[in-house]
Each structure stands twice: as structure tokens, then as C-alpha cells.
Design a protein around this ligand. Structure first.
Ligand SMILES: Cc1cc2nc3c(=O)[nH]c(=O)nc-3n(C[C@H](O)[C@H](O)[C@H](O)COP(=O)(O)OP(=O)(O)OC[C@H]3O[C@@H](n4cnc5c(N)ncnc54)[C@H](O)[C@@H]3O)c2cc1C
Length: 454
């Protein structure tokens, strides 16, 4: 241990190596506070060369490494299980010049989403992925989890924003893939492979990202529905509109909690609400009003909400992340289902929750245009009562158990609910080709039966 410590201190500098037990205990616990593990050290390299040196030292010493970005992940992907060395990307914060001609920028993996947003806004551009954890979530973590978020209906997940990346492989080699022209097909799409790899294949140190012009006009609407099936029919219409920028499903109970938390009123009388936003070069208020009329909501939708009203409904939407924590850590499900089965799944899941856990409160929301639904169960101290049966429900309704948060350590033993054994074996073959020692993020993604065959 002493020789490992001194080699790591030589690589990153004594100041950036920590073995303080309190610091390690807090770093080994995830954002929700529900999951924790054990770590032997925390290293904070300053650049790509130092990341490479740290990986080389740990691999040669036979020590496992868990990568940490902003630690906002919701599937315990940063929770170490083997007294790991924690490798934090928090010092990889360089931001290159914004290329306004090619609409791109290169940023370090430790740059937070909000820092990126501020930089590109100054150049009158925007980045296509936005998530409520923007002040802490890092670009490296977002690439690794292939984060989705509020505008996936328009821009897709992180994989769709990637023009190139720099990554340190488990053998310490540094690979830089930079695409200078958009027409290019020279071999494997490595950046795509790393999007969603959750730190199992290498440490991302920088990414080249696509940018977009800021739309001149935005119009939002909030429409209420008595039945989820009606809301889903509306989603089918609205997600195909020109300029659609967001289609968010919110349940009335969550909106009520959010509005009382924020101290201002938003409509909450109906069980289901749809927050829709269109954006573009011209004002689309009339198009949105016309489309909503065809969807026949159960209240008069507030269309073309002025900027203060628009800010209010978005604040209420974003407050869901906070209100689900009102009664302690909720049990969280990050599912995606085909629109055809989504309403039946929700009905069955809500019934299952109320049968199994007295007093539990299900709160639902999601980026519904892509089938995403977050089920948060409040007042449920024992996750084990619900996790398996709800995961089975997701699978039995044709859905997947990871929509945008990834698999992490938390859901690894549910991977075969979404992927066939052959598929998992193919992914494992890729993992072994990159990391034959299985020392990088060794608790993430792969089920125990892959790592310890009986
Ligand atoms: C309030 C709130 C709202 C959220 N909303 C959304 C949402 O709408 N959509 C969404 O997709 N997610 C959402 N999330 C989840 C979370 O913010 C995302 O998963 C985010 O992408 C994680 O980024 P991070 O930097 O915090 O990564 P971390 O939590 O630090 O890490 C996540 C995983 O990536 C790995 N990793 C991190 N950095 C690197 C790197 N440089 N190289 C290799 N591996 C790495 C880690 O080992 C871990 O397995 C939300 C979370 C919160 C708390």
C-alpha cells in the first residue's frame, strides 16, 4: 500500500492524493445516500498524461479503479466495491474555443454541463443535452452514461452530440479520435462505443461536442388529462410537430408537491400533465394551440405562456428531482416503455406499489416522447420489497430497466432483463479486449454471473 501511495503521489502530486477516511467514506457514497462502498484512496489527476500514469500504476499493482465525475449518477456507478482507488476527473476542466463556423467545441471531461452552457451561450449557441443536475454533472460522466434529458426528442442523447473524444484505455494508452469533417467513415465509430460504456472501457478525458444555434422563439404549454391513455395519444401527435423541443409527462401529485415546495401555483387538479415546448426561427404559438386542440385535453391548456409563466412551469418540472427526496431517498426506476404499453405498465406498477408498501407515494414523470418514465416511490424505506417485481413489470411490458441513467452497480444483475445472454457475452468480450484484468469500474454494468460463472 505504501509503495502504491508513493507512486500515486509522484504521479499527481501529494496534494491531489487523499487517504483521509472521512473524505473516502463520503466519496464512496452515492448521490442518493442509499448506496455506499469502500475506497483506499482518492486521486485527482490534472491532465490526460496523469490519468494515464494513474491507470498504469493501479493496473500493475493489481488495484481496482472506480472513475468519478460529478457523482450525480443515480445508479451507484461511482460506488467502489473492492477498496478501489477513486479517480476523479474534477481537474480536467479545460474548455476550448467555440468554433462558430463548424458549430463545435472541445471540453475536458471534468467540465460541468452548466460551465459548458455558459460558454456556448456567450457565443449565441446551445448544447443539445440538458439535465437538472447541470451544476455538478460533468461531460465525461454524461458521455459515459449516454445521458438523455429534457430535449432528447429534438437532439437525442449524448451519443448524438459526440464528434470525437480523447480516452485513456485500461492499458494506459491514450486514444484521440477527432473528426474534422462530418463526412467520414474510416473504421469503427469509437466515440459511439464509449457513449454509455460507464467507465468500463476507459477514462474519457475530453470530448468534441456538436453545438446548435439558439432558436429565436420558444413557446410552451401545459395541458392536463384525466387519463394517461389520452396523454399518450397526445404525445403521438405532439412529438411529430416541427420544432418540437420538449415533451415531458408530469403527474398531478408531483406537480402539487413541487408547487407547494416552490411557493407558487401551477395547475395540479388533474392526474396527468404534459409540458410541451416548440422552438424555432419563428413563433409557433398557433401551431401548438391547434395541435393541442386536436389532442382534446381535459382542461384549457395554458399555451404561449409568457416568459415568467414558462419559467414557472419549467421550475416546477425541475423541482420533481427535489420533491421525490422529501421523505428520504426514494426507490427510483429509470424505465422506458413502448408507448403502446406505457399506460398499462403505469397502472400495474402503481397498483403493485400500493399493495406492497402501505403509505408509499408513487411519483411519475419522464421524457415521454421517447418512452422514458421515471417512477419514484416515496416513503418506501426498504427497496428490496419493490425492486424485483417492478423490474419484472417493466420487462413484461416490453420495456427496458435503464433508459438514461445507465446500469451502474445498482442494476447490473438486471441487465439480462433488457439484453439477451448472447448480447451480454458480446459486450463482455469487448470489455475483456480493452480491460483483460477487469480492474476499471469492476462493479459496473456486468451481472455477477458473467464475472463469477458458477
Ligand atoms: C437532479 C438530477 C437530475 C437528473 N436528470 C437526469 C436526466 O434528465 N437525464 C439523465 O440522463 N440523467 C439525469 N441525472 C443523472 C446524472 O446526472 C447523469 O447520469 C449524469 O450523466 C452523470 O454525470 P456525472 O458527471 O455526475 O457522472 P458520475 O455520477 O460521476 O458517474 C457516472 C458513471 O460514469 C462513470 N464516469 C464518470 N466520468 C467518467 C469519465 N470521464 N470516463 C469514464 N467514466 C466516467 C462513473 O464511473 C459512473 O459509472 C440526474 C441526476 C440528478 C441528481
Amino acid at each position: 500500500m505504501d509503495s502504491l501511495r508513493s507512486a500515486l503521489a509522484d504521479a499527481v502530486g501529494e496534494r491531489f492524493l487523499t487517504s483521509d477516511r472521512d473524505v473516502l467514506a463520503s466519496r464512496a457514497t452515492d448521490h442518493t445516500g442509499r448506496y455506499s462502498g469502500r475506497a483506499s484512496a482518492l486521486v485527482r489527476p490534472a491532465d490526460t498524461a496523469e490519468v494515464s500514469a494513474v491507470l498504469g500504476i493501479c493496473r500493475r499493482a493489481g488495484v481496482k479503479v472506480t472513475v468519478q465525475g460529478g457523482r450525480t449518477g443515480l445508479e451507484a456507478g461511482t460506488v467502489p466495491e473492492h477498496d478501489d482507488v477513486l479517480l476523479s476527473t474534477e481537474r480536467l476542466t479545460s474548455i476550448g474555443d467555440v468554433d462558430r463556423e463548424e458549430l463545435r467545441v472541445t471540453v475536458g471531461a471534468g467540465v460541468t454541463l452548466s460551465a459548458l452552457q455558459r460558454t456556448v451561450a456567450a457565443a449565441e449557441l446551445l448544447f443539445g443535452v440538458d439535465i437538472a443536475s447541470r451544476d455538478s454533472a460533468t461531460i465525461g460522466g454524461m458521455v459515459s452514461t449516454d445521458a438523455g434529458g429534457l430535449h432528447t426528442v429534438r437532439f437525442g442523447h449524448m451519443a448524438a452530440q459526440m464528434l470525437g473524444l480523447e480516452v485513456v484505455l485500461p492499458d494506459s494508452e491514450i486514444v484521440r479520435r477527432r473528426r474534422r469533417v462530418s463526412a467520414e467513415n474510416c473504421g469503427y465509430d469509437l466515440p459511439a462505443l464509449f457513449a454509455g460504456s460507464e467507465g468500463t472501457l476507459g477514462v474519457i478525458t475530453a470530448a468534441d461536442l456538436a453545438l446548435h444555434p439558439v432558436p429565436a422563439h420558444r413557446v410552451a404549454a401545459l395541458a392536463g388529462f384525466a387519463h394517461l391513455s389520452q396523454l399518450i395519444e397526445a404525445v403521438r401527435v405532439l412529438r411529430r410537430l416541427d420544432g418540437v423541443d420538449a415533451v415531458e409527462m408530469l403527474d398531478g401529485r408531483g406537480l402539487e408537491l413541487a408547487s407547494s415546495r416552490l411557493g407558487f401555483a401551477v395547475p395540479t387538479k388533474l392526474p396527468w400533465y404534459l409540458l410541451v415546448e416548440l422552438a424555432g426561427a419563428w413563433d409557433r404559438t398557433e401551431e401548438l394551440a391547434g395541435a393541442l386542440e386536436r389532442c382534446d385535453p381535459d382542461d384549457e391548456p395554458a399555451v404561449g405562456i409568457d416568459s415568467a409563466g414558462r419559467a414557472r412551469v419549467w421550475a416546477a418540472r425541475e423541482a420533481f428531482a427535489e420533491v421525490v427526496g422529501l421523505f428520504g431517498a426514494p426507490v427510483k426506476f429509470d424505465a422506458a416503455l413502448p408507448l403502446d404499453t406505457l399506460a398499462a405498465f403505469v397502472e400495474n406498477a402503481v397498483a403493485l406499489v400500493s399493495n406492497r408498501v402501505q403509505g408509499a407515494i408513487p411519483v411519475l414523470f419522464g421524457h415521454v416522447a421517447d418512452g422514458n418514465v421515471h417512477l419514484n416511490v416515496l416513503r418506501c424505506p426498504d427497496e428490496s420489497v419493490l425492486y424485483h417485481p417492478v423490474a419484472e413489470l417493466v420487462r413484461d411490458h416490453g420495456g427496458v430497466i435503464a433508459s438514461e441513467h445507465g446500469v451502474g452497480t445498482h442494476k447490473r444483475n438486471y441487465l439480462d432483463f433488457a439484453r439477451s445472454r448472447e448480447d451480454i457475452a458480446a459486450m463482455w468480450a469487448i470489455k475483456r479486449a480493452f480491460d483483460p484484468d477487469d480492474y476499471l469500474n469492476p462493479a459496473v454494468m456486468f451481472p455477477d454471473w458473467v464475472r463469477q460463472p458458477s
